[in-house]
Structure formats: C-alpha cells, structure tokens
Design a protein around this ligand. Structure first.
Ligand SMILES: [Zn+2]
Length: 482
C-alpha cells in the first residue's frame, strides 16, 4: 500500500493553521484501475446551472469508512497526538487538519498499527498587520452578549471562527490552483474574538430594513466605535437577530452584501455549521432533511450538508468582495459559490505534478478536476478567474508587509492612460450595475507594465460607462469610471 499527498510537499511551511491535505492510496489490488482523476477521457461537463435539480446531479457517492487505515496528527512542540477522520472516496482521500504552531506530523497506520506514511508540515503564523475580524450584530432590544442564551452565543462564536478558517484555507488553495504560491488573509486568531455590536434599532425595525440600508447603518456604527474601528481591518458581520435579507445583488440574488471593508450576512444557517474541524467533512455530506424555506441560502439547498455548503460558499463569495473582487460568469465569484463542498471533496484533485509547478506562464492552469458519478471529469466549478487570483495574490490583506504605512500612492488615470511607478498587476473593466468583469488583463514581473492605454477597443462597445479597476505590485488599487 502506498499513500501519496498531492497538494503539499513533505516538510512544507504554512502561515495559517487549518490545512486541506489531498492524496491517494494505491493498494496492490485496486480494481478501479487508474486513480479516478487521471487516465480517463476528459469531458466538458458544465456546471453553470444553479437549479436544485442540478445540485442533486452533482451529489456524489460518499462514505466515511476508511477501512483499515487510521490517521493521527502529532505536534512535536506540544507533545499532542489525536486521531483524524479520513474521508476516502474510491482511492482518493481528503484530510482537514488543524495545526499547532511548530512541526506537525500526520501518521497513517495500517490495521496492525504499523506506520505506513509520515507527513510533516510546519505552521509558522504569517504576520500581516492587515486582518479580518468577525462581528456579531444584535438589536437594541436584544441582550448585548448576543442573546439570552450565552452557551448558544459561545457555540456560534466557535462556528464562525472555524468557518472563517475554512474559507482562509480555501482561498490559499484557490491561488495555488493557478500556480501562484499560497497566500491568504489573516484572521484575528482567537475563537472568542467575535465582537458583539448592539445597533440602535429594534428587532422589528431591522426586519423591515433593506439589506443596503442595514449595511449603511452598520458601516456607520463601526466607524463611530473607537474600540473596533481600524483602517487595517476588514469586517465580517453576522446578523444575530432574525432578519429576512432582501435580494441585494442581481447576479446571484445573494442574501448578503459586501463591499468596501464590510461583509454583512445572516446567522440562521449557523445551525448547520460545525464547531469542530473533525466534523466538517462529515457535516458537509449530511443528507438529513431540513426545512430550507426558513433559512437564508435555503433556495438551493434541501439538506443539512447542502445548506452548510451554500452558506459557507455564500460567505466566501462576500469575503471576495471585501477584497475588491468583481463578479465572474461562473465559479466562486459567480453563481457556483453554493457548491463550495466540491473544494472539500476527495474527488476534486490535482495532477500529480502540481506540487512541483511554479508560476511560469506555460505551466499555469493546473486546475483541479472533478470526477463525476458517471466517471466523466469536469473542471472544478468553484474556481477563481485568473485576474481575481492575481488581484488577491498582490492584495495588501494577502501579503506579509508589517510596518508599511497606509495609504500609499497607487495607480493613477490621466486622460486615457493608467500609470504606476511600481508596475501594474491587473486591469479589469467591470459592468457598472452588477460588478461583472467584462474584460481583464494581467501582467507579471517578467514583462513589467508601467502604463496601460485605454483605447477604443478596451471598453466593450455596448457599455457607455464602466468601472475600471487597476492594481499595482504594492497592492494599491485604483477604482474609477471610464
Ligand atoms: Zn456578489
């Protein structure tokens, strides 16, 4: 029996502590033949639809029986050791592991207790003075500690913290899928750091507010709160009290809203989120029925697992907006965010060579593939576009740049030319109404571009006014109309 990890190298150092390990198990006698994602004919299955019938088509057979293999995680500095749940489908597996600072070792053991694989990974927290902080919003007629059920509030705090750490890990993986090195945002590193804000509106008044007005109100409250307001912080606000969000965005009718430095989302779906990382993969596969009509993100979901996936994906999408991402036709920033469970499936895996690939142009696009129940292979439909991935890669919140002063002069638009002293990374033309990326250009350090001319062909002919987004190598972003 041979166990291989496909997305990390042995001994690799990571800057965040929840990590997704993917790999395969080769046994002497595996009747499935080649690993599921390799060696079969490629098909161009599309996953562009978001209807519930399509969701069921994408439900893949799963089981959690890991046979005779057991996995353990040991931290050498803390002398801790505990068993991990290994999710295997066919000969593919996925592990979600929470690392302690220092060197961590994953052991795979056979039925006799013999160690058949050791895999080391080191957690060295990344230092970025720009960070993300969760907030828990309650109304003026609610208890300030987050409701009259303290235990429930503490449970929700843990769920929020774990959910954000999963999203943190997934963003790192999404950059890696484009051949960029893993980078992600920094999270306030404490599960009790979810701060409560009480807003000057009653539960009834909030129920009647449109999403946009609630977002405006909350943004004002945060700015006026000297204990919380920080220009280096972006906020993810969970509305604790019952709230029926209006459909705020045309593109995917997302029951949430984000922009600037604030993402606003409900919290009713936390009922189906897990507060223990060992349970996340199992919970995502939970097909227990649920009355989805009562839940935010309920329209696409019919069971516990799919509601967990839709709400976690919805939050990941909104977090993309606070990092200045626009909308794309599909993928995480389009209408497939609700299938973020696919990113946590063993059936989505990388080509064997992926860990050795660096960012040379011709070696990019090492996109993960999904093996469908019918044996066909499709692209991962929860991907980021390359311009989105590039924008994040150079974003201030994704880089370790402690001590640098904010703000700094960024790209400027003069007449029809965008220029930057340090070089441009991304130019995007976006639809003014819905933020959809209509055109994009990305540049690298090999051929540095200091100027970009906005010619007639740059702006689609059916658009009179568009949003222009330009980013430089220091992560400064210009947003203007053209
Ligand atoms: Zn959106």
């Amino acid at each position: 029996m041979r166990i291989s990890i496909s997305n990390y190298n042995d001994g690799q150092v990571v800057g965040y502590n929840l990590v997704l390990l993917k790999g395969s198990i080769d046994t002497a006698d595996h009747s499935d033949g080649e690993p599921a994602t390799l060696g079969r004919s490629l098909s161009t299955e599309s996953c562009s639809s978001t209807s519930s019938s399509d969701s069921s088509r994408w439900n893949v057979p799963t089981h959690f029986d890991c046979g005779s293999i057991k996995t353990f995680l040991k931290n050498f500095d803390r002398h801790e050791k505990y068993e991990l749940s290994l999710k295997i489908v066919r000969n593919r597996f996925i592990l979600l592991i929470e690392l302690s600072e220092g060197i961590n070792c994953v052991f795979f053991q056979d039925e006799t207790g013999k160690v058949i694989k050791e895999f080391r990974i080191k957690f060295l927290p990344s230092s970025n003075d720009c960070y993300v902080k969760p907030l828990y919003i309650v109304c003026s007629d609610s208890y300030p500690e987050g409701g009259n059920d303290d235990e429930n509030f503490r449970l929700n705090q843990r769920k929020i913290h774990l959910g954000l750490k999963i999203i943190q890990a997934l963003y790192a993986e999404k950059l890696f899928e484009w051949g960029l090195s893993r980078r992600t945002f920094t999270l306030v590193n404490d599960s009790s750091s979810c701060e409560v804000i009480q807003i000057p509106r009653t539960t009834q008044e909030v129920r009647e507010l449109e999403t946009k007005h609630l977002w405006d109100l909350l943004a004002r409250e945060i700015r006026a709160n000297s204990r919380i307001w920080d220009t280096r912080c972006k906020y993810v606000a969970f509305m604790a009290d019952p709230w029926k969000p209006q459909r705020a965005e045309k593109l995917e009718n997302s029951p949430a809203l984000a922009g600037g430095g604030l993402a606003l989302i409900g919290s009713d779906f936390l009922q189906v989120w897990s507060d223990q990382f060992q349970n996340v993969l199992k919970q995502l596969g939970d097909e227990s029925p649920i009355d989805v009509q009562n839940f935010t993100f309920g329209s696409f979901s019919r069971n516990v697992g799919s509601l967990f996936s839709a709400s976690l994906g919805g939050l990941a999408h909104e977090i993309g907006h606070i990092f200045d991402l626009g909308h794309t036709e599909g993928g995480l920033m389009g209408n497939q965010y609700h299938r973020i469970d696919l990113c946590l499936s063993p059936l989505v895996s990388y080509p064997k060579s992926v860990v050795h690939v660096y960012s040379a142009d011709d070696e990019r696009q090492i996109r993960p593939k999904v093996c469908l129940p019918n044996g066909h292979i499709a692209e991962d439909c929860v991907s980021l576009s390359f311009s989105c991935a590039t924008l994040l890669f150079f974003h201030r919140w994704f880089r370790s740049t402690p001590g640098r002063s904010l703000p700094e002069t960024g790209p400027v638009l003069t007449k029809n030319t965008i220029s930057s002293n340090v070089g441009l990374t991304v130019i995007e033309i976006r639809d003014l109404d819905n933020g959809t990326i209509l055109k994009s250009w990305t540049f690298d350090r090999v051929k540095v571009r200091y100027e970009f001319h906005m010619g007639k062909s740059t702006i689609p002919s059916d658009q009179s006014v568009v949003d222009v987004i330009a980013q430089d190598f220091h992560g400064n972003i210009l947003k203007c109309l053209a």
